[in-house]
Design a protein around this ligand. Sequence first.
Ligand SMILES: Nc1nc2c(c(=O)[nH]1)N[C@H]1C(S)=C(S)[C@@H](COP(=O)(O)O)O[C@H]1N2
Ligand SMILES: [Mo]
Length: 519
Amino acid sequence: MQSQLTVARLRDRLPEILTALLAGSAGVAGSYAAAGFTPGFVVAPIEGFLARTMPGVVVTFAIQTLGSLGQQLSLLTAIALAVVAFSSLVGIGIVVGARLDSPWVAALLAGALPWGVTTLLTGDPVVALGAGLPPTLVVAVEGIFRSVRGADDADVSPGRRRVVESAVALLGIGGLATAFGSRQQPSAGQSLDDPSTPTPADEAGSEETDQQPTETPSERERLLAEADEKSLDLPGMDPLVSEKFYNVDINAVDPEVNADEWSLTVTGAVEQEVTVDYQELRSMASEDRFNTLRCVGEKLNGHKMDNALWTGVPIQQFVDRAGPKGSCECVMFRAADDYFEEFPLAALEDGFLAYGMNGDVLPKGHGYPVRALVPGHWGEINVKWITEIEILDKEAEGYWEKRGWHGTGPVNTVAKIHSIQHLDDGRIRVGGHTYAGTRGIELVEVSTDGGETWAEATLSEPLPGDDVWRQWMYTYDPPDGEHEVVARATDGTGTLQPKEEANAFPSGPSGWVSTTIKP
Ligand SMILES: Nc1nc2c(c(=O)[nH]1)N[C@H]1C(S)=C(S)[C@@H](COP(=O)(O)O)O[C@H]1N2
Ligand SMILES: [Mo]
């Protein structure tokens, strides 16, 4: 009885509910149109909040079973929450307007409330207009229709037709917003040496404008060409410099950091705080380094391991200048996306601050303007958008360690199998990347009989650097029928990687990669 009454009342209110939903969705779409996929989009802070407050077990489950789909799910959830929140706010506007018998108050509130909330969440009242104007428009147009048709006819349009009308309107708005919002995407790769790339040093003028880059572009080009030459060209396998570098982020939306306003400070248990800004960093003697990254959360034979040529400066000098005096010999990195990771200070000795990647200005998704590289360690302490190096006095937990992971140490050894090729002459060629962090790779062995017998694979020529992956390949005459190929690596200390398989959680994937090959 009670619920039937509610349903009947809801049906009476269907026009208003549809208007509120349409206007609320238009607000979210408008926010995207104005901000694009940036922190100014109202969904960004909501998704960030979801990611931060999600229990560790849920996050770990999502990483292991859903992969990047997990992040898309969290983004969809955030969009749905934003639509519900905006629609409720518009609903409040409609109710208040009806009480005051003023369609204009309804329209005004319908936009002002989402605008206010978006401003509070994103801190940008101008971009937030994108969230406020569409709901006002939708509710105003609705009010005008209503008065034109006369109050009595207002609800003549049957429920189903209104639902269809609203759905069509929503699709239109969504399409427009997508077109506008995606135009806001930052343009790809600006060359580090491009004189039109505004490094603050240029803007500073005077003597600094004449400064030559410490590393000539040709040196970077030479290194990239060397990587190209040394790459084994196998189908299904990236060359030694990855064509597409993987991404792992705690938030779906990257933070936007302005290089002119960026700085990095060494804080905490130090003699004196030391701050370096982008201009100073760019004007220091730079180095180009190959450095491989691997995510602790990837699958054993996964695709979250990549290599690039990074440009930047060694990190230790800033720590030395600050004079660390903490008693735990440990350090916390902090970043503009509220990410934080703790690890032993000793790991910083070979650490690097990178502002360039493969000859381009560091892309936004990889930490623009500056990220840290900590050779030999799991990807997670290679903090992007880095802003603070805090020398600690006692141990603390990082973002992932609070969620149960142990990903601050050296990487596990791995030999992956990403390429399987049936050659014209009947032989089979297999290959993949192999990596053991700063331990280096001494040897990769392959078995084509499930681990009974082993043969040595061919390795790609090593690239310069202390933390660089290699490729391996092996060609053989296949036995009759189905057989199992296994790969295993021995690192530079002579240690064979453990055979025992382990999932990524909590300490990174481990074990020998194997695959069944059919004739
Ligand atoms: N600020 C910040 N740094 C970060 C992360 C992040 O979410 N925020 N993810 C970490 C993880 S888990 C990995 S594996 C690497 C991935 O770097 P990439 O996205 O450039 O491949 O960045 C690390 N640094
Ligand atoms: Mo990671």
